[in-house]
Design a protein around this ligand. Structure first.
Ligand code: ZN
Length: 317
């Protein structure tokens, strides 16, 4: 068994109002709400998971909606930009869709071989859509976006680092990433077979302010482990380097460990199994409030305090 991660598993961020979050990620981006649960460490707030139809690793964007909590600061020591992938010929569709949705975006920019649209979610968190020449993942027939143009999952994430080399060393020497290409202060790494969903860009953020946690910032990025044995292998490797690393935690849909990489970004390693169908039929993902066994006894009280959410279905927005 190797200590190499097999790609991006999920990205977790902090948002403001949960309904506004659902309206944007389902209604505008066309992702599927694949799990409606609570923050296990703060069960009176939601934990919302979006992804493709099945909630496949490499497609999962999750949020802790903190309501009216203060905005954070997006800056160095954080994952500063999350980039979603669409097919190369869908750029025109997405440009028009952002215009129709009243979302401002920057002039399309070329990044290595692909074209990137930069914009922000309703809280101001930085996102991108990339028209990827090598995107071949199956689309999910979303209620709001035609399958041919659907977001296929992540393309890459961008880590802003004071000292990109220290982060790169951890990733390449211990987590199995390989250097692919670099230019303009951006260093791209790939896991496993590379391609969309397996890419991490590290940028030199030494001239940026240090990021601060709050609404509109990313809390952590999770990378994939194939199973519990693989997770333990990675844990031993990272612990052996002297990192402060959590024990294996049961996140119901995956098992996880967490540690901070040298620049301050919180890394999680999460297993692919058991996945989001563990407690909900695949056809009904995201339609019920799901609680882990230890919180079921509080269901009545939690249903009282959590605001009801309406999921856009395409016909009613
Ligand atoms: Zn996570």
């Amino acid at each position: 068994m190797s200590t190499a991660t097999t790609g991006i598993h999920h990205v977790t961020a902090i948002s403001g109002d949960p309904q506004r979050n659902v309206d944007f990620y389902v209604g505008v981006l066309g992702l599927r709400l694949v799990k409606k649960t609570v923050n296990f460490d703060d069960p009176e707030t939601y934990h919302l998971y979006y992804g493709d139809g099945a909630g496949s690793p490499g497609t999962i964007m999750t949020f802790f909606p903190w309501g009216n909590a203060p905005l954070g600061l997006q800056g160095t020591g954080q994952l500063t930009v999350t980039t979603f992938s669409v097919p190369a010929d869908s750029l025109g569709y997405w440009t028009q869709r952002l215009i129709d949705s009243g979302i401002r975006f920057e002039k399309p920019e070329q990044r290595f071989d692909d074209t990137v649209l930069s914009f922000a979610d309703p809280d101001g968190m930085r996102l991108e859509i990339i028209a990827a020449s090598d995107e071949d993942r199956e689309p999910w027939p979303s209620a709001t976006v035609p399958a041919e143009h659907a977001v296929r999952g992540f393309h890459h994430v961008t880590l802003s680092e004071r000292d990109p080399e220290r982060t790169a060393k951890l990733m390449t020497e211990h987590l199995g990433f390989r250097s692919v290409i670099d230019g303009d202060g951006r260093y791209r790494f790939e896991a496993e077979d590379g391609g969309p969903g397996n890419l991490v860009d590290v940028v030199d953020g030494s001239s940026e302010s240090r990021g601060r946690m709050g609404v509109a910032t990313v809390h952590h990025v999770a990378f994939r482990a194939t199973d519990d044995d693989h997770l333990q292998e990675i844990r031993s490797e990272v612990a052996g380097l002297g990192y402060n690393i959590t024990p294996v935690l049961d996140r119901n849909y995956f098992h996880s460990i967490y540690f901070r990489e040298p620049g301050g970004v919180l890394f999680e390693i999460a297993t692919d199994p058991p996945g989001f169908a563990a407690d909900e039929d695949p056809s009904e993902l995201g339609t019920h409030l799901k609680l882990p066994p230890w919180l079921e006894k509080r269901r009545g009280q939690l249903e009282e305090v959590l605001p009801p959410l309406r999921v856009p279905t395409g016909g009613d927005v």
